[in-house]
Design a protein around this ligand. Structure first.
Ligand SMILES: NC(=O)C1=CN([C@@H]2O[C@H](COP(=O)(O)OP(=O)(O)OC[C@H]3O[C@@H](n4cnc5c(N)ncnc54)[C@H](O)[C@@H]3O)[C@@H](O)[C@H]2O)[C@H](O)CC1
Ligand SMILES: [K+]
Length: 512
């Protein structure tokens, strides 16, 4: 469940080798053997007669060393292996010299690439041992031309540690980058393997132990986690089945105040309010412009409606702040933003709510856009009650006044830094949503699907998180559990439809 950057991996390697005393060659032997075992398992599962002839592409760093070890173990298992060095063995150093020496002693067939044409006939697959966590920038020749040839071969590629050409920390693809069938990553998951597009390029990712004790991750206080149910249960101490005590009443499960909706975007408030109830809170009050409230009467009988004065235009205005502050007094959570729209002096409105509301707040959608335009948000006083923001990449870019591309190329770091700076919880939505907390913990979610990129899905998530927060979950628990369950509901909803493309936000709520 730990996820590491290449720099963190180097520190863990170094500590294991130089302080704990497990020799690097032992780690490399374990790595290569695990890779060989995965190839053996994979070929056994292929239901076609196979020649068991594989080509292993070997770089000059330790990733290449893993490949040479795998070659030996595959030959022992009866495979026919060709080794192709990307560069001359004269350039090898350290463990690579040892591995090359062993390869020569065993008279294993090997060649140096030298930009020659490769005859792919007869090969069943390719093992990519070119570049690993030591990659710096886009692959240079001869690696680049070799990677291009591999991608044109149409053969299944098994990458060791990471696909060569992938940025191990951000998931950004350098050009060119190996497109892998499977990636066998060593010791711990790498951040780049669970962030798009790295996650897609790596194919099926499997983590294999190589002798680095998992306790070293605690030793180096690694605080990035791949969100598996075990992390929810063991680290966050939450039960994904949301159990209930018997002798309870609706007051036990908290009261959410939803501040959302305008004439044009009334549905956002509806989706958010309904989801908060589905998430299990006891009561939901939805406060909204009077004109909209009149339209919503009876639409959602389980939700209490409290209109605020609008100027007969169905929009919010700055004077409603006092009403909201009063309404918040007996609530456990406020969810502000879905379908809120923009209005005159909305920054003053939000600042007043930020200063005066004493219960936890979830800020979504236009509440975040108001924050982005707030000239002095950095100077707003820190809140001693939890705040969770749920930006999509565009809203995060506006908050940081940077581009969406810059956000997407560094999602984990960006979310972590913003959460720590403002002492809030950041839910950076998108494929593999990132949840970052003020105490540096970061969780990467894997539930959900592309069908959830549809209007209202964010309103549902905001309601989900608000509904959980009202039930005495901490902000960290509510955000992580909310994202996880929201994605799970989306997966169930998609499975019930012809395909993901027809999914709409209401389907997600029905599966919570
Ligand atoms: N996880 C573990 O405990 C272990 C992992 N191992 C493997 O070792 C690699 C990391 O090895 P390292 O030598 O640091 O780097 P690489 O093998 O990735 O090789 C980089 C190599 O290539 C050169 N280089 C760097 N960037 C480029 C580029 N853009 N273009 C061309 N060439 C480049 C650089 O000079 C290096 O020489 C890790 O991934 C695992 O596979 C250990 O085997 C066991 C312990
Ligand atoms: K590799």
């Amino acid at each position: 469940m730990y996820v590491v950057t290449s720099d963190e991996m180097r520190k863990l390697d170094h500590y294991t080798i130089n302080t704990i005393g497990i020799p690097s060659l032992v780690l490399m032997e374990n790595a290569g053997r695990e890779v060989a075992n995965e190839i053996i398992i994979w070929t056994k599962k292929q239901n076609k007669p196979h020649h068991k002839k594989w080509l292993i592409l070997v770089g000059k760093g330790n990733n290449g060393g893993d490949g040479l070890v795998a070659a030996r173990h595959l030959i022992e298992a009866g495979f026919d292996i060709d080794i192709l060095y990307a560069q001359s063995p004269n350039l090898f150093k350290g463990d690579m010299i040892t591995q090359h020496h062993i390869t020569k002693k065993l008279k294993l067939s090997s060649n140096v690439y030298q930009n020659k044409k490769i005859d792919w006939d007869g090969y069943e697959g390719i093992i990519d041992a070119l570049l690993g966590t030591g990659t710096r920038g886009a692959p240079r020749d001869p690696y680049a031309s070799l990677i291009n040839k591999v991608n044109e071969s149409n053969l299944p590629v098994f990458s060791i540690d990471i696909p060569s050409g992938l940025d191990a920390d951000t998931g950004v693809l350098y050009q060119p980058c190996i497109k892998a069938e499977k990636t066998i990553t060593l010791a711990f998951l790498k951040c780049g393997l669970i962030q798009s597009p790295g996650a897609e390029t790596a194919g099926d990712v499997i983590v294999k132990p190589i002798g680095i004790p998992i306790t070293t991750a605690k030793q180096f206080s690694i605080q990035t986690f791949s969100l598996q149910p075990s992390v929810l249960e063991k680290k966050l101490n939450v039960n994904v089945n949301l159990p209930r005590e018997s002798n309870t009443h609706k007051g036990t499960y908290g009261h959410v105040l939803v501040v959302a909706g305008t004439l044009q975007m009334s549905g956002a408030g509806l989706l958010c309010s309904k989801t908060a109830l589905r998430a299990g809170c006891g009561l939901v009050t939805w406060t909204l412009p009077r004109m909209v409230a009149n339209q919503m009467l009876g639409k959602l009988p389980e939700v209490m409606l409290v209109p605020v004065e609008d100027k007969n235009n169905g929009e919010w205005n700055v004077h409603s702040a006092e009403d909201i502050i009063q309404l918040s007094e007996n609530k456990q959570v406020l969810v502000i933003g879905p379908g809120l729209g923009r209005f005159e002096d909305d920054e003053m409105w939000l600042h007043k709510l930020w200063e005066r509301i004493e219960c936890p707040i979830v800020l979504d959608a236009d509440a975040l856009n108001i924050l982005s335009d707030a000239e002095h948000f950095d100077k707003w006083s820190g809140k001693d009650t939890p705040v969770i923001i749920t930006p999509h990449p565009g809203e995060m870019a506006r908050l940081l006044k940077c581009t969406v591309k810059e956000v997407q190329e560094n999602r984990i770091q960006i979310a972590r830094e913003y959460a720590m700076k403002h002492k809030i919880v950041v839910v950076l939505k998108g494929a593999h949503t990132v949840i970052a907390t003020a105490n540096e913990n970061v969780y990467i979610n894997h539930t959900g699907n592309a069908g959830m990129a549809t209007g209202g899905s964010g309103d549902v998530l905001a309601g989900m998180i608000g509904g959980l927060l009202a039930q005495n979950y901490t902000a960290e628990q509510a955000a992580v559990l909310g994202v996880y369950l929201h994605g799970l509901a989306g997966d169930r909803a998609a499975a019930k439809r012809y395909s993901q493309h027809s999914l709409i936000a209401g389907d997600i709520i029905d599966e919570i």
